[in-house]
Design a protein around this ligand. Structure first.
Ligand SMILES: Nc1ncnc2c1ncn2[C@@H]1O[C@H](COP(=O)(O)OP(=O)(O)O)[C@@H](O)[C@H]1O
Ligand SMILES: [Mg+2]
Length: 321
């Protein structure tokens, strides 16, 4: 699947009264990626998204959707966008399938086959003939996605889609969005104020703070570049023994820390340059007869730290370029 730029935002500005809310925002989003739009509450995510989906007027700058300027070619531009900003309109007393049919009538060229396709895509096959009043929040969100992608938009935009969902619901949502991007080539833009959520869901993340774009990074880089250490979580049968082994191995290195988290869990902190030692460490653990259940990279927490660091207003306004 070839990648193309499907959304180009240039020097976007928006004020409410005298308050300058969105400040010279520029971004490019590609087909086939899940693009996270991350920022604390009040950063300007919803305002930006409303401008992209045509719900709010632009003060200055431009938004191009698949090369079409939103202001000059409104219809064509909007034809390539599907979005959920506020709760989508749905009829509670109708079933999921009936709702989609109802909605399809307002859209050109949506076939019965497409309706079945989107039901399958969002995993609602078993629920399509149940009334929406019986749906969980997660199911309603997924039906909202089904509705938003009926007309096969190249861009799907969701404002905080995981708000209020339980972990299982978040996981399902993540699976659907990643599939849409990676298998169907859709550009999926999701906003969130939670870094840990973005890490698992997105390919790239843009961080916005006080209406300004602070940085755009692949998740991978964001995790690695903003920290000089890495953390690994070890699940073992004997935490004491593991701790002793690690501290013996690295007794001369102050950068290495081994901390017990609970009965079976130890968190190892090592400087980036020692990451290459990991196979050696794990071999030693096995050789010492310690039963190793799992080792996992504790990236989410670090990413959270990176996010806080990036969006926090340091004295003198020190900005991270
Ligand atoms: N219609 C409006 N009138 C005045 N101020 C607004 C309006 N909508 C949003 N704002 C302000 O703009 C800022 C950004 O809001 P918003 O885009 O909703 O942030 P986010 O979605 O990142 O939480 C906030 O300070 C908010 O109070
Ligand atoms: Mg918002």
């Amino acid at each position: 699947m070839s990648t193309e730029t499907v959304l180009t935002i240039e020097h976007l500005n928006k004020s409410f009264g005298k308050k300058h809310i969105i400040k010279d925002l520029s971004m490019e989003l590609n087909s086939g990626e899940v693009y996270g739009f991350l920022g604390p509450n009040g950063a300007g995510k919803t305002t930006t998204i409303k401008m992209i989906v045509g719900l709010l007027r632009i003060d200055s700058g431009s938004i191009k959707i698949c090369g079409k300027d939103l202001l000059k070619n409104y219809e064509e531009a909007m034809g390539n966008i599907g979005g959920i900003v506020e709760n989508p309109e749905m009829y509670k007393y109708l079933t999921g399938r009936q709702n989609l049919r109802q909605y399809a009538r307002m859209r050109k060229g949506v076939t019965q086959k497409r309706i079945e396709e989107v039901i399958e895509l969002v995993g609602l096959s078993n629920w399509a003939d149940k009334k929406i009043s019986k749906y969980s929040l997660g199911m309603r969100q997924r039906l909202g996605i089904a509705q938003a992608i009926l007309h096969r938009p190249k861009i799907l935009i969701l404002d905080e889609p995981t708000n209020g969902l339980d972990p299982a619901g978040i996981k399902q949502m993540r699976g659907i969005l990643r599939k849409l991007a990676h298998e169907e080539g859709v550009c999926v833009m999701v906003s969130s104020h939670l870094m840990s959520e973005m890490e698992l869901m997105c390919d790239r993340v843009a961080i916005i703070s006080k209406g300004e774009l602070i940085e755009v990074q692949t998740i991978e880089n964001l995790v690695n570049e903003n920290s000089s250490t890495q953390q690994y979580i070890y699940q073992v049968n004997d935490v004491e023994a593991l701790k002793k082994l690690l501290l013996d191995m690295y007794k001369d290195n102050e950068g290495v820390k081994a901390e017990q988290e609970d009965e079976r869990t130890l968190v190892l902190t090592i400087p980036n340059e020692l990451e290459k030692d990991l196979p050696k460490i794990n071999k030693a653990v096995i050789e010492a007869g310690i039963e190793l259940t799992t080792v996992s990279h504790k990236a989410a927490a670090k990413l959270e730290d990176a996010f806080i660091e990036l969006t926090s207003d340091e004295q003198g306004g020190g900005q991270i370029a």
